[in-house]
Design a binder for this molecule. Sequence first.
Ligand code: PAF
Length: 266
Amino acid sequence: MKIARTVAEVRQAADCCKVEKARLGLVPTMGAFHDGHVSLFRAARAECDKVVVSLFVNPAQFAPHEDLARYPRDETRDAELAEDEGVDILFAPPADELYPTGFHTWVDPEGTGAEGVRRPDHFRGVATVCVKLFNIVQPDVAYFGQKDAQQAAIVRQLIRDLNLELELRVVLTVRDPDGLALSSRNTYLSADERLRALTLPRALRAGREAYADGADPVAAARAAFNGLDPDYVEVLDLGNAKLLAAAARVGETRLIDNVVLEGELT
Ligand code: PAF
């Protein structure tokens, strides 16, 4: 596996793939790999000839009071795992490679509810780094996880709005056996907090069951949130799928999750 640190290096490596007319898959990540990332790598591996994974803890998507400094980082382990999964190129640039001094241009999606309301500049940071990664790597397909469903919807919209030439795949959320959605931020949870965090998937399941019975999923999920105070519980319409999404803080850790109410994520 080639590890690229600069835009020039990853461009050169990705161009070599293009010369071979390979189908190129990109999995954008912030590292601290878990089985959710592995499922994205495997989806890319199954559909593409070459797989590029970017590993970049994007400062632009964290607000000043958020967890940028303590976000879990373990590049050595991540590189081993990516190599074991057959990733061809790992793009792990330093921050000033993507945001050099004098960087002034942002991609700012409008009207982002739910997460966008609680984290005002978050999707601007996500959209900007994704457009940069798409321009740099020029993938045929990019892979995103369902857990960040609103992010995937925003990226789908920006691909359409900016006439980018790539397909987007949304891969189903991977959960621990007890139902907690895998997230790099789960490592922040103490044993007691981890137990309390299970309220989030439970409440979403209660909402989904209510919806199937013709009742209000938001009210049902809210009623099942015992012990946790959700930031929001909202139905998100992603075009091809309707989701019930929620965020809640457990101690210092903010978790998000969602379930599909109807339709299919593609
Ligand atoms: O989902 C993530 O890990 C990040 O938001 C992404 C898409 C890699 C952009 O920094």
